[in-house]
Design a protein around this ligand. Structure first.
Ligand code: HEC
Length: 139
């Protein structure tokens, strides 16, 4: 077997093994929230997924001003719904990861950025979503 395909096989085996392992035992860091805080955080998560879906559609249609509005609405709703004390309840590492989404949302909102640039920021943003989901769970 060629060296390249052997290492590809090993990488695949390792990934499969660690995925199976993660399912068997959830080793993510648990963030404990009260019911109100949990409803807010998970609600905002669903909002972000919807905003990302709309982002894809609006980019396809070239509607950059509507896209700017769409992201602005997401942020307004987040601020309006945020319950008191949620900031103190979440660990600094969680907050830092959440904040690292900011430049990507900003770039997506910018009507002067090229479409290619915006699309790259969408991908980079989604990598942050995935990294956080791999790291934390909510209780
Ligand atoms: C700072 C960490 C973090 C970031 C960044 C993050 N998430 Fe989450 N998200 C979580 C956690 C933790 C959960 C709960 C997962 C669990 O307990 O299994 C969650 C849950 C969700 C859910 C399920 C909501 C429900 O009702 O159960 C969706 C949808 C979601 N995230 C979408 C996204 C999207 C889209 C992004 C990126 C734009 C994103 N998230 C970024 C931490 C994060």
């Amino acid at each position: 077997m060629a060296k390249g395909s052997l290492s590809a096989l090993l990488v695949t085996l390792c990934l499969t093994w660690s995925a199976a392992n993660a399912l068997a035992a959830d080793e993510r860091m648990a963030v404990t929230l009260n019911e109100k805080q949990k409803a807010f955080v998970l609600g905002h998560m669903r909002d972000m997924l919807e905003a990302l879906t709309d982002t894809q559609q609006l980019l396809l249609e070239g509607k950059r001003e509507e896209l700017r509005q769409r992201v602005a609405n997401l942020q307004t709703r987040e601020q309006a719904n945020r319950p008191n004390g949620v900031g103190q309840q979440i660990p600094p590492a969680f907050r830092a990861m959440a904040q690292s989404m900011r430049p990507h949302w900003q770039a997506i909102q910018n009507p002067d950025a090229s479409e290619e640039e915006v699309r790259q920021h969408v991908v980079d943003l989604m990598r942050v979503c995935n990294a956080c989901h791999r790291t934390f769970s909510i209780q």
